[in-house]
Design a protein around this ligand. Structure first.
Ligand code: SIN
Length: 358
């Protein structure tokens, strides 16, 4: 092992088992596994403990060693990009990760990338990469709900399945995917829907793209919206230069204090997690209309967790200066709004086209 460029690199961790000859191993797809931390790399004091553990403490070599049969699926090149609890995901790490993924995929010696990540912000990172990776090669995120030290830890099988999907060839051109609990989800659609269950991810309303089991990868449908090579978006090189976009929620008795504070702080955008079809309490709606009138981009999403927010539906977007988020959750709407603002889209109509397209 050697440390290169701040990341732990297990140089050409091509694993040929005794049952596999060298020629067979070298014919396998070459998959880069980038570890970032999370529960999949978590450790607890005892095996029955699945809640009181520390995330992101086990290294990528140990994660890979816990997956029997991986060497029959792919040649693995492994890197430790970070070791974080994903609740602490940062702009700097997003930029590092996206740039590393793009660099690896530009290398003819790499056929695909798997990223191990915490479940808590996995859907945000997945959508960010879906919009900013510039390659048709597979990029698969995976994670775990139980720490690596737990009885029935789910990480090893999730990791094996993620590498299987990346190596299969079937994932090429499908954008960034999440392989979790035997299902494959589009990064745009997927959401964490349970705080504790092993089946913690769904694509609400729309459903998974397919499934992976016992080495078989079966896609049932494809994502239709443009992604990866077909977007104009890129991560912001300088972490300090990401446009500031925050999220507020509408609820009974909500005040305008948070919106007014955000506007005073100079935010570029606000996503509102509205009730129902993105409806907004009158007090908050007035505060957001005032923000929009001052040039802040206001995007209307829903706190419901599934369904879509119709333009000029529950709020008169055109009159109020709002953009509607469609099927994007507030968290993904924030990701898209930041990328769109960074790409120079500041006018409401241009932003609405972005949300109608991606
Ligand atoms: C994290 O998101 O890093 C911790 C929680 C998890 O991975 O399940």
């Amino acid at each position: 092992m050697a440390v290169e460029g701040g990341s732990l690199k297990i140089a050409a961790m091509t694993t040929s088992s005794s049952s596999q000859n060298a020629a067979g191993a070298s014919a396998l797809p070459r998959i880069a596994v980038l570890a970032t931390g999370g529960t999949i790399a978590g450790s607890a004091p005892d095996a029955a403990n699945t809640a009181g553990y520390q995330a992101g403490v086990i290294g990528v070599a140990q994660l890979l060693a816990a997956v029997p049969g991986l060497d029959a699926v792919a040649q693995i090149h492994a890197e430790q990009v970070a070791s974080v609890d994903s609740k602490d995901m940062s702009f700097a790490l997003w930029t590092t990760l996206a740039q590393r993924v793009n660099a690896l995929l530009a290398d003819d010696d790499i056929d695909g990338v798997v990223i191990t990540h915490g479940t808590d912000t996995l859907e945000e990172t997945a959508y960010l990469l879906h919009l900013t990776v510039k390659s048709a090669k597979p990029v698969i995120l995976t994670a775990a709900m139980r720490p690596a030290s737990a009885l029935s830890a789910d990480g090893p099988l999730n990791l094996l399945n993620a590498v299987t999907v990346a190596a299969s060839g079937a994932a090429a051109g499908q954008g960034v995917l999440v392989a979790f609990n035997n299902r494959m989800h589009c990064a745009r659609d997927v959401a964490k829907i349970s705080t504790y269950a092993v089946d913690a991810f769904q694509s609400p309303e729309i459903g998974a793209l397919g499934w992976v089991q016992d080495g078989r990868v079966d896609f049932q449908r494809r994502a239709l919206r443009p992604h990866t090579l077909d977007t104009p978006f890129a991560v912001v090189d300088d972490a300090a230069q990401w446009p500031q976009v925050d999220i507020v929620t509408s609820y009974a008795g909500v005040s305008r204090i948070a919106v007014d504070a955000l506007v005073s702080a100079g935010v570029r955008g606000i996503v509102v997690a509205g009730t129902g079809n993105g409806s907004i309490h009158a007090t908050l709606q007035q505060a957001l209309a005032d923000a929009a009138a001052q040039g802040v981009a206001v995007v209307r999403a829903s706190r419901v967790g599934s369904g879509h927010v119709m333009h000029n539906g529950a709020a008169k977007d055109d009159a109020l200066g709002f953009v509607s988020a469609g099927t994007l959750s507030p968290y993904k709407a924030r990701v898209l709004l930041m990328l769109a603002l960074a790409a120079g889209n500041t006018q409401k109509d241009a932003l609405q086209r972005v949300f109608d397209t991606y």
